[in-house]
Design a protein around this ligand. Structure first.
Ligand code: TRP
Length: 334
């Protein structure tokens, strides 16, 4: 039987090349060897996003990005979380078998509590109950489809472990109902540096968006921070931000040449930046066209997501039916 791979994409911020290298590309590759379910986690975004227009726009942006980068909706079940009512019923059921203490230990929640304490604020300042139970909603996403593997970045590893804990707890009380999932973490692209050298992240404003206009891409690449060594000085490519971005997009021969110039002297940062700009614009040229067409045709995106939701619900229903029966809610009519 083909194993199931599932992952969620939170529609916050405009997708950037860190998302592409760390998540989108590996997930699209994985779709060839697994039954893939990829979805837009709009109700997860609601824990922090209060602007309806932005939530709507970012949902379409994320959907259009994945489709433009090659997600084939005939191969991948591509849907929107809020289109699957089963997720929310299941979230409640799982909440009732989840120890509050397990959620107290979640890194994302703990980090906000600690920051509140540091700032002398009330420990729960700005924390809504949705943010606290975020990992339960995520466990429901994962466990509802009998997921085997969850391709995620390192930052989501704990959330997948929480889903495993919840599933094991459920199973040990109610019998073997749920499939225990496993995180699948890509080590090689674990962290893509942003233009300032920190991890590329929208919260640092150091991203290179995938489909921004040429001018903005050029501007961001030019901002990539390097040391001030002159071209003739030998440099270490492994510790250079610019090189670690360049290596993901450069053809292998050019990369080897650049590596030699770094090591032996002769690597000029501005030349490499210019090459990177050309590579980025070329790489995403076709995708950018598709992206723009799709963004202007929301009905087409809706149709794809709806079709995905129908397929996803067909998988979710029997799992949820088993869950209901096992807990003593005998509703085979739902
Ligand atoms: N929490 C994930 C993130 O912030 C998004 C997500 C929601 C998810 N549900 C999921 C990821 C289920 C994997 C599986 O990126």
């Amino acid at each position: 039987m083909t194993k199931i791979a599932l992952t969620g994409i939170k529609p916050t911020g405009t997708p950037h090349i860190g998302n592409y290298l760390g998540m989108i590309r590996p997930a699209l590759e994985l779709a060839h060897s697994y039954r893939a379910l990829y979805f837009i986690a709009d109700y997860h975004a609601l824990t922090t996003e209060r602007d309806p227009e932005r939530l709507r726009r970012q949902t379409y942006e994320v959907a259009a990005t994945w489709l433009a980068l090659g997600l084939d909706p005939r191969e991948v079940i591509f849907f929107r979380q809020s289109d699957i009512p089963e997720v929310f019923e299941f979230t409640w059921i799982l909440s009732c078998v989840t120890a509050k203490g397990l959620l107290n230990r979640a890194h994302a929640y703990k980090a906000i509590v600690e920051e509140n304490i540091r700032q002398g604020r009330n420990t729960d300042d700005t924390i809504n109950a949705g943010l606290f139970s975020y990992p339960v909603l995520m466990a429901a996403d994962i466990l509802l489809f009998g997921t085997h593997v969850v391709p995620v970045g390192q930052d989501q590893k704990q959330h997948v472990e929480i889903a495993r804990d919840i599933a094991s707890g459920f199973n040990s009380h109610y019998g073997n109902v749920l499939t225990i999932p496993k995180a699948l973490i890509r080590k090689d692209v674990m962290s893509v540096p942003g233009v300032d050298g920190r991890k590329m992240s929208k919260s640092y404003r150091n991203t290179i968006p995938i489909f921004a206009d040429d001018k903005f891409i050029r501007k961001q690449v030019m901002r990539i921070v390097t040391d001030s060594k002159p071209p003739e000085a030998p440099k270490n490519p492994e510790t250079c931000n610019l090189f670690s971005l360049y290596r993901h997009f450069s053809p292998p021969e050019d990369l080897e040449e650049a590596r030699m110039l770094y090591l032996n002297g002769g690597a000029k940062y501005s030349d490499i930046k210019n090459k990177l700009i050309v590579l980025l614009l070329e790489k995403f040229k076709e995708g950018r066209r598709t992206y723009e067409v799709l963004l202007n045709d929301q009905a087409a995106i809706e149709q794809i997501l709806k079709q995905g939701a129908t397929a996803a619900r067909a998988m979710a229903k029997p799992v949820l039916a088993d869950v209901r029966l096992s807990i003593g809610i005998d509703r085979s009519d739902l």
